[in-house]
Design a protein around this ligand. Structure first.
Ligand code: HEM
Ligand code: HEM
Length: 185
């Protein structure tokens, strides 16, 4: 079989992110979208009703799943070489994409963390049906409200950052016609 590797003794170049990185990227993207859909849909249901309780608790647990996957995702990311973008990006575009990716990773870590803090400080534990994840902190409704405001503001701001991320991917794929999207498929 012919090889495209110009240096037969070197490790073959990676053309895509590792399977773990790719799976985690798409799984977490779906979970983030679901977290948004669940919390936004709460206004369709009456306050105190069972369906409203379900979508709000669904938001908590989907968000906690995002939090649980961040560290494995970062480990997988750095365990394998990053595939090269072809044709290569100019330094400014590379910087813009790095800044956006760092912002997205920070969001994946801090947004659920803030949400968890809100519920711990406000309710003394995170409910799931009959179960309760107990809070390691004292109740502090005042601090809970301040963090909740921040959680909601950051959540709103990231509609735009995630939108920008998706727009950039579409630009790479359809206009610049490079391999950015293919590396993640
Ligand atoms: C990727 C993870 C998450 C995202 C993207 C996210 C996003 C959001 C957004 C956009 C809102 C504001 C919704 C609105 O006012 O229309 C919100 C509210 C809220 N989130 Fe999250 N969140 C995440 C994780 C969590 C987690 C893990 C918890 C708690 C365990 C949590 C608890 C809350 C609470 C208590 C509110 C206020 C709900 C209310 O006003 O009834 N969030 N979240
Ligand atoms: C339909 C939606 C999405 C598409 C089409 C998409 C596509 C992509 C592609 C093609 C890359 C590789 C970019 C590159 O290496 O230069 C990427 C990277 C990334 N995406 Fe997404 N994405 C989507 C949604 C999301 C969401 C919702 C998040 C998180 C909130 C996210 C977080 C990230 C992060 C952190 C990276 C950087 C990966 C790295 O470490 O290099 N993506 N995405």
């Amino acid at each position: 079989m012919s090889s495209t590797n110009p240096h037969p003794t070197a490790a073959p170049a990676a053309f895509r992110y590792s399977a773990t990185s790719r799976r985690l990227h798409w799984l977490m993207a779906a979970l983030v979208v679901l977290a948004y859909v669940l919390i936004t849909s709460r206004s369709w249901f009456e306050k105190g009703s069972d369906p409203r309780l379900l979508v709000v608790q669904g938001h908590f647990w989907v968000g906690i799943a995002v939090f649980a996957l961040v560290l494995p995702r970062l480990l997988a990311r750095f365990a394998s070489p990053t595939p090269a973008i072809m044709p290569a990006l100019n330094p400014l575009t590379r910087l813009a994409s790095q800044v956006t990716h760092i912002a997205l990773y920070a969001f994946l870590l801090l947004q659920p963390l803030m949400g968890m803090l809100v519920v711990f400080l406000e309710r003394g534990g995170i409910p799931l049906g009959g179960l309760m994840l107990p809070s390691p902190f004292e109740l502090n409704p005042h601090l809970a409200h301040r963090i909740e405001d921040l959680h909601i503001t950051v959540g709103s701001a990231f509609y735009y950052v995630i939108g920008l991320h998706i727009a950039a991917v579409l630009w790479h794929h359809f206009l610049r016609r490079d391999n950015v999207l293919k590396r993640m498929l």
